[in-house]
Design a protein around this ligand. Structure first.
Ligand SMILES: Cc1cc2nc3c(=O)[nH]c(=O)nc-3n(C[C@H](O)[C@H](O)[C@H](O)COP(=O)(O)O)c2cc1C
Length: 189
């Protein structure tokens, strides 16, 4: 039995670099029989967390905000793996990606967070050639804290530099790395 994988696309460019790498990952995963569900955050109605704390008052109840996160919650709850693909904007992940992450605060359950023990795949693309100067390292540090806090495991991290949409395709080594991460995430355990 192959895994269910949810892919979150946090760039406003549907055919941009982070989505292109995610596409390669999806190919690898689907070839192994994984079930993949993709959410392109741009254009989805996802409001910021308003700190009402209803989710904390009754763990497992979920988020009371009635917007498109209600389509994503059941998918991420039931997936074995979650992939987040984001460009670097102003030295960190995009606002779209951050909104999604903030709203995952509501996934607290009686036994811990719904992401506990899930495998996480991360994709980051940035314009600067240096991962430190680009701000990619800030995003990686944030992700390390986020997924340690919820008890999830970062199973793979794909990061590289590209500027214009789709340019990353020329980086065959990185495309292959993404494809291989898809294969890895498709396997149980
Ligand atoms: C608003 C904005 C902010 C950006 N900020 C950064 C940055 O801080 N560091 C960097 O290296 N590249 C930055 N970039 C470049 C993008 O990260 C780069 O073009 C990337 O390939 C976009 O990924 P995508 O094709 O998946 O959208 C920025 C681009 C935009 C539009």
């Amino acid at each position: 039995m192959a895994n269910k994988i949810v892919v979150i696309l946090g760039s406003p460019r549907k055919n941009g670099n982070s989505s292109t790498l995610a596409g390669s990952l999806i190919t690898g995963a689907e070839e192994n029989g994984a079930e993949v569900e993709t959410f392109f955050l741009q254009g989805m109605d996802i409001k910021p967390c308003n700190a009402c704390d209803q989710c904390m008052k009754s763990p497992g109840s979920g988020c009371i905000i009635d917007d498109d996160m209600q389509k994503i919650y059941p998918a991420v709850r039931t997936a074995e793996s979650i992939v987040i693909a984001s460009p670097i904007y102003w030295f960190n992940i995009t606002a779209q990606t951050k909104l999604f992450i903030d709203r995952c605060y509501a996934l607290i359950e009686s036994g811990g967070h719904a992401f506990k023990e899930k495998n996480i795949g991360l994709i980051l693309v940035y314009g600067d050639i240096d991962p430190f100067r680009s701000g990619a390292t800030n995003a990686i540090r944030s992700y390390q804290d986020i997924f340690r806090y919820v008890g999830a495991k970062i199973a793979g991290l794909i990061y590289g530099s590209a500027m214009s949409a789709g340019q990353i395709q020329k980086n065959k080594q990185l495309m292959k790395k993404a494809y291989n991460l898809g294969k890895k995430l498709s396997l149980k355990g």
